[in-house]
Write a protein that binds this ligand. Structure first.
Ligand code: ZN
Length: 273
């Protein structure tokens, strides 16, 4: 290759590196049970029938250049013991962000402890697994579900039903910002459209946010499947995928409900970079 072409290639590479998005990740506290809870129902093989463990609810903020993704929105501000002590709006305000500054709100799945404060960002694009969206918006109450609970679930998604910016996600992965740095990964089984999040940080390396593919270390180690998962075979396949991805990517695995994983990221308002 001529010297000038080599130089041009080197310059392009340098520019590319300089322009690569500055990606950062922070955890936000989103409530959780105040006391250790019985985790018997988290194993359909009766592994934890006598076990109580502390659990937490986590939300995450991803900054990619000047764009923001909020991942999961935690428990509702419903006055219950599991409600977040500080509303997400106030937490975001610590770094000068308003709800309108959140470009994208992505949820791992439709359960209440992940969608409680969804309606605070009605102008954001909602990213949700397509099968989850279909389950939330189907006309009939799902079999075995209390109609009131189903109506309450639907109500959390009201800003996006028939209006709002909605992107339902199908397929294996979804590149949230189009730069390959933040990927939603298909991990069905806990719910039909359940997903996790891979965040590729420059200094910290790869981080995998679990969604609810697993809930605590012991269940992760033994491939435990909660009794209320929608599909057992899918759950096991998703655990297999998640573990192999973590190994190949040398990723930091953050189990969102396990308080022992809170310290894997710096305390907000600091970000892992
Ligand atoms: Zn959960």
């Amino acid at each position: 290759m001529p010297t000038r072409a080599l130089l041009a290639t080197a310059l392009l590479a340098a520019c590319g590196a300089a322009q690569a998005a500055d990606v950062a990740l922070a955890r936000l506290d989103c409530g959780g049970p105040p006391e250790p809870v019985s985790v018997a129902a988290f194993s359909d093989t009766f592994e934890f029938d006598d076990t109580k463990l502390p659990l937490t609810y986590s939300c995450y903020l991803v900054r990619d250049g000047d764009r923001y993704l909020l991942w999961d929105t935690g428990n509702a501000l419903d006055g219950s013991a599991a409600a977040p002590k500080v509303p997400l709006v106030q937490q975001l305000a610590r770094i000068g962000l308003k709800p309108g500054d959140i470009d994208v709100v992505g949820i791992s799945h439709y359960h209440d402890d992940h969608t409680g404060q969804l309606a605070m960002v009605p102008d954001a694009t909602l990213l949700i697994g397509r099968a989850d969206w279909n389950a939330v918006t189907q006309a009939e109450t799902p079999a075995g579900m209390d109609p009131k609970a189903y109506a309450e679930r639907r109500a959390r998604f009201a800003p996006w039903i028939g209006r709002g910016k909605l992107q339902t996600v199908g397929g294996d992965r979804h590149d949230v910002f189009g730069d390959g740095r933040v990927l939603m990964l298909d991990l069905p089984g806990h719910t039909p459209g359940h997903r996790g999040l891979l965040v590729k940080l420059e200094k910290t390396g790869n981080v995998l946010l679990s969604g609810d593919v697993t809930h605590f270390h012991e269940n992760y180690a033994s491939n435990g499947v909660p009794t209320w998962n929608t599909n057992r075979a899918d759950s096991l396949a998703s655990l297999d995928r998640f573990k192999k991805a973590a190994a190949n990517l040398k990723a930091t695995v953050v189990i969102q409900h396990d308080p022992r994983d809170i310290g894997k990221l710096p305390a907000f308002p600091d970000f892992a970079k």
